[in-house]
Write a protein that binds this ligand. Sequence first.
Ligand SMILES: [Zn+2]
Ligand SMILES: [Zn+2]
Ligand SMILES: [Zn+2]
Length: 112
Amino acid sequence: MPSQFDLVQCMKQPGTSIGRLCSKCDGKCPTCESMVHPYRLVHVCDDCSYGSSANKCILCGSSGGKNGENLSDAYYCYECCLLEKDRTGCPKILNVGSSRTDMYFQRRRGKN
Ligand SMILES: [Zn+2]
Ligand SMILES: [Zn+2]
Ligand SMILES: [Zn+2]
């Protein structure tokens, strides 16, 4: 098993927003990157679902086009659900792409 890079996950309390994946990362479990047995829909926290983090792939940060039309919903794999990794918090990877993570965006609960 290759060790994970120094990836930092957000781990904040997930909200109602669904985590999305770009076409490259499509099908990957956000915590173990397994491509098999997608099981439970991924939820991200409010900070990761608005502002500059909105409509970005939660793994690589790539954008899915104007309104995220190229993004698909992310799922935890069955194994991670058994291990309750889906309960540990927002799985968005923070330290990819830009050198600074987005500032905490003010909470806005407009949707849902
Ligand atoms: Zn997994
Ligand atoms: Zn988050
Ligand atoms: Zn991606």
